[in-house]
Design a protein around this ligand. Structure first.
Ligand SMILES: Cc1cc2nc3c(=O)[nH]c(=O)nc-3n(C[C@H](O)[C@H](O)[C@H](O)COP(=O)(O)O)c2cc1C
Length: 307
């Protein structure tokens, strides 16, 4: 149909695609390169803040490394982020390095569609930008989409303290493998930040892909704590050591003991250690990836299953 042909020229691709992927994702590999060195950081880098856009890793890769994302099967380069070292975060005996994203680009779409799609997306972002509302610059969102070339798993984070209970979705999370730490980047305005800093423990429920709608609904709890665990729209089960209510249908429940937290731009970066890890079910987990990544995969006949 001529409409299918004309669509990419008048309408931008969606920024994000919600997909069902068996964890841990193995469709895209991330490699850090610096001064003749390279290291696989697929399970050792995470987003620490959105404004400014900051990446955390347990490697010290010098002042100006490059982060490459490649299709794991073919080795094709999909996108690149150019990083600039900001600071080290010392926690217990390990250190994490923070990198500001200085520039980036992707190759998921051919030229001129790549530039045209970015222009259409940026125009839409500027149009929908509410005044006084936190929002990264369109250029930073383009770079964030590159960081999502590695599909990011969605979990529900449960917090339980006297007088405060909450459960909300997060995807700015992940292991920083070499350090043994696990990170969460939570907007500093979120309702549970101060309680998490105090109680220093959370439970993470790995979300089966079919639970997308109910999980998105729980995003309201970034602003408003949960009134009552009994009001949850699904059955809960206590996490193993801490007894924090978590999702009974979760693929996996991990308990995190928080060892460090600090402000990084718009977000609070929590670093923790996994104290228990219950693998409860096989199946696909809800993930987010960039819309242009899914368009690339569709063009090559290898789309991820959308939910
Ligand atoms: C699936 C999903 C994952 C999210 N992950 C994070 C996260 O990792 N960190 C965070 O600070 N907020 C996260 N959010 C929250 C949203 O970015 C946003 O802050 C929240 O929905 C409140 O929106 P508003 O303040 O823009 O109205 C997530 C939301 C959803 C639906």
């Amino acid at each position: 149909m001529w409409k299918d042909w004309i669509r990419p020229f008048v309408r931008p691709l969606p920024q994000w695609s919600t997909v069902a992927v068996a964890p841990p994702q193995q469709v895209v590999t991330a490699t850090l390169r610096w001064d003749g060195h390279s290291a696989d950081v697929t399970a050792d880098h995470t987003v620490a803040s959105l404004v400014p856009l900051v990446i955390a890793t347990s490697l010290d890769a010098g002042p100006r490394p490059v982060l490459e994302y490649r299709n794991n099967t073919t080795g094709t380069l999909l996108g690149v982020l150019h990083l600039a070292q900001m600071a080290s975060v010392a926690s217990e005996t390990t250190a994490i390095t923070l990198y500001h994203v200085a520039a980036g680009g992707h190759r998921c779409l051919g030229w001129p569609l790549r530039s045209w799609n970015a222009w259409l997306q940026n125009r839409l972002m500027r149009k929908n930008r509410a005044p006084h509302h936190f929002a990264p610059e369109p250029a930073a969102v383009q770079q964030l989409m590159i960081a999502y070339l590695c599909p990011r798993p969605v979990v529900l984070v449960s917090v339980d303290a006297p007088g405060h209970q909450n459960i909300f979705p997060m995807d700015l999370i992940g292991p920083l493998e070499r350090s043994g730490l696990f990170s969460l980047a939570l907007r500093s305005t979120s309702a549970s930040v101060s309680v998490m800093r105090e109680v220093r423990r959370v439970a993470l429920s790995g979300i089966p892909a079919p639970m997308k709608a109910v999980v998105y609904k729980l995003a309201e709890h970034h602003k408003h704590p949960l009134q009552d665990w009994n009001a949850l729209p699904f059955p809960a089960r206590p996490s193993r050591e801490f007894g924090i209510p978590a999702v009974a249908a979760a693929l996996r429940i991990q308990e995190l003991s928080i060892v460090h937290s600090q402000d990084v731009g718009s977000h609070t970066l929590f670093l923790g250690r996994i104290v228990s890890d219950e693998k409860l079910a096989e199946g696909t987990q809800l993930h987010h990836t960039a819309g242009f990544h899914q368009a690339y995969r569709r063009r090559h006949g290898i789309p991820l299953a959308e939910v």
